[in-house]
Design a binder for this molecule. Structure first.
Ligand SMILES: Nc1ncnc2c1ncn2[C@@H]1O[C@H](COP(=O)(O)OP(=O)(O)OP(=O)(O)O)[C@@H](O)[C@H]1O
Ligand SMILES: [Mg+2]
Length: 235
């Protein structure tokens, strides 16, 4: 379904990803954890076509997507919720959500997705006419996740959806990710600093260290691992 082979990514002389390879064969929740600067966002952004790979290959459902532009990646069915709630601040909540469906021509489908997002986040429905930049941080995060769902994705990439949120909202974000998975049955990659929460909902997880995958296993196996406990869970 989704395969990354020997992926490398550089920013000038800095190598952010080093021969990253993995394969996702069925839908599920896949976590990527790692310290600041490990290369998590670089991985997500290369997949989404936002930054170029220096070498390697990415395929999705048999199509090579390595060198596609972001809008072409979305057309292939891959949707990204980028780090830091990059919503369009000067337009309404409603318009922001519609912008997530810009690759879709099916009007009824767009309406259906909107209804689904508003049902998932009633707070966004109440504020649909509000300027997005005036939403609270948590509301902007809901909007960023909701917008990523507007294109009817077959594969969802979430880059630190819980960043900067209060504990209650963090719980809500993880519950939402599980809800999205249960209702859509699509593969989801979730990048997180919040390793414990991410591993606890993940079917399978990868650990990135300075651009390399150094450890992988089921969410439960990694949660139980001494190395993970020490390095990422503060044991
Ligand atoms: N635009 C850029 N120009 C130069 N170096 C960059 C750029 N973006 C990222 N890097 C570097 O690449 C490395 C990986 O960064 P990346 O953002 O992928 O890490 P991350 O795992 O997402 O970290 P965080 O948890 O802090 O978000 C870091 O050393 C970072 O400084
Ligand atoms: Mg990041």
């Amino acid at each position: 379904m989704f395969k990354i082979s020997n992926l490398n990514c550089h920013y000038g002389v800095i190598q952010a990803l080093k021969n990253v390879s993995f394969e996702i064969e069925k839908s599920g929740i896949y976590a990527v954890i790692g310290a600041n600067g490990a290369g998590k966002s670089s991985l997500i952004n290369v997949i989404a076509g936002l930054i170029p790979a220096t070498s390697g290959e990415i395929t999705f459902n048999g199509t090579t997507i390595t060198d596609l532009q972001p809008n072409q990646v979305i057309k292939e069915g891959i949707s990204i919720c980028p780090e830091g709630r990059k919503v369009f601040k000067s337009v309404s909540v409603h318009e922001n959500l519609l912008s997530g469906a810009y690759t879709m021509k099916d009007k009824a489908g767009i309406k259906e997705n909107l209804d689904m997002v508003y049902e998932m986040f009633p707070r966004l429905f109440e504020r649909k006419k509000q300027l997005s930049g005036t939403l609270s941080g948590g509301e902007q995060q809901m909007l960023a996740v909701g917008r990523a769902l507007m294109s009817s994705p077959k594969f969802l990439l979430l880059d630190e959806p819980s960043m900067g949120l209060a504990p209650k909202l963090i719980d809500f974000v993880f519950e939402t990710v599980e809800h999205i998975y249960k209702t859509r049955n699509i593969p989801i990659i979730i990048v997180e600093q919040n390793s414990e929460m991410a591993l606890s909902i993940a079917d399978y997880a990868y650990v990135l260290e300075v651009g390399e995958i150094t450890l992988q296993g089921t969410g439960k196996a990694l949660l139980d691992s001494d190395e993970i406990q020490k390095k990422y869970l503060g044991a």
